[in-house]
Design a protein around this ligand. Structure first.
Ligand code: DGY
Length: 331
């Protein structure tokens, strides 16, 4: 980059202007504004052509060794979201590339979505909607679409981070008993929500609703498969707003077909978009959303602002507010 030249930043989607406006004050910004996010070859071209920053769309973009090898000027990868399983973080750290995310921007919104799905699955909201529209509803039917009570039931939260805690906080309003599983105890979350730390297997055995809220890591990949689903109650409902890879999707589909668990409410899939003929999508006893955890106007704008502020800080030599790999930064 020539002295005095503005750094180049590539944005792989038409992110909300709330953030892009901040970026434009500091950088030459190239925005891919096609509907589906930048195709890989466009992202790689931008890296090859001297992008110093990338505003990336997790989990779709792949910022791996191949991408970094092509990126002589890359200093910062900033993800529009919290999850950073789309970046090879150790590789970025080795190369001195800052990796940033947007924690705190979407916690409550994603917890709302977990609850929307939980309620939807427990009370057959999508089926009821389809039934009313079908024109088949003739009279009040006392045995129609009977569901599961949420109030007073047991909720198991897997991963009591910020989002898991926000899910648990809402459960108090429903008078639920709350269990959680995770590597370490969270005394603050326990004090706030009354949740009790238990081993994962116990949580699965005892919960009426299991909400997955952990990050996707080597440790959590495939955490929920046939063995774990068989530990769950046949009446239980699994809710996943974390990452599809936490669940072995084919095994979940088989468990739903066999009635091992009653239902699942799924916002995230192993591969997105999930194929319309995937075995899981064929399961009638499940409710789906197309990765909408953080999808509100206000939250998207906040995510865009924070993601762009991360980039600007890194390019100006200031420590980005939300740095995933602090090892790259020496103040
Ligand atoms: C996140 O923040 O990780 C969302 O799932 C978007 O990828």
């Amino acid at each position: 980059m020539a002295t005095g030249a503005r750094p180049k930043v590539f944005c792989s989607w038409g992110f909300p202007e709330a953030g892009l406006a901040i970026l434009r004050e500091h950088a030459d910004v190239q925005v891919w504004d096609g509907p589906d996010g930048a195709p890989r070859d466009v992202l790689l071209d931008a890296l090859r052509n001297g992008a110093a920053g990338v505003l990336a769309l997790p989990p779709t973009d792949r910022l791996n060794v191949e991408a970094m090898d092509l990126a002589p000027d890359l200093k910062v990868i900033s993800g529009f979201g919290v999850g950073f399983d789309y970046v090879d973080v150790p590789e970025a750290t080795r190369r001195g590339i800052a990796v940033c995310n947007t924690p705190g921007t979407l916690t409550e919104t994603t917890a709302d979505q977990a609850w929307a799905l939980m309620l939807g699955a427990a009370r057959h909201v999508p089926e009821g909607d389809r039934y009313v529209r079908s024109g088949e509803w003739r009279k009040y039917e006392p045995a129609l679409l009977l569901g599961t009570d949420i109030h007073g039931a047991t909720l198991g939260v897997v991963g009591m981070g910020a989002i898991g805690t926000a899910v648990a906080r809402r459960a108090r309003g429903f008078g639920m008993r709350i269990l959680y599983a995770g590597r370490s105890r969270r005394p603050e979350a326990e004090a706030e929500t009354g949740a009790v730390h238990v081993p994962l297997d116990d949580l699965l055995r005892q919960s009426d609703f299991v909400s997955l809220n952990c990050a996707l890591t080597a440790e959590t990949r495939g955490l929920i498969g046939t063995r774990e689903l068989e530990l769950m109650k046949p009446t239980a409902i699994l809710v996943n707003t974390a990452r599809g890879g936490v669940v072995k999707q084919a095994e979940l589909a088989a468990a739903l077909r066999a009635g091992t668990i009653a239902s699942a409410a799924i916002d995230v899939f192993e591969v997105e978009p999930v194929a319309h003929d995937d075995a899981l999508v064929a399961c009638k006893n499940a409710v789906f959303a197309p990765h909408l955890g953080s999808a509100t106007f206000a939250t998207r704008a906040r995510m865009s602002r924070v993601a762009c502020e991360n980039i600007v800080a890194a390019l100006e030599g200031r420590r980005p507010p939300f740095l995933v790999n602090p090892a790259v930064w020496q103040d």
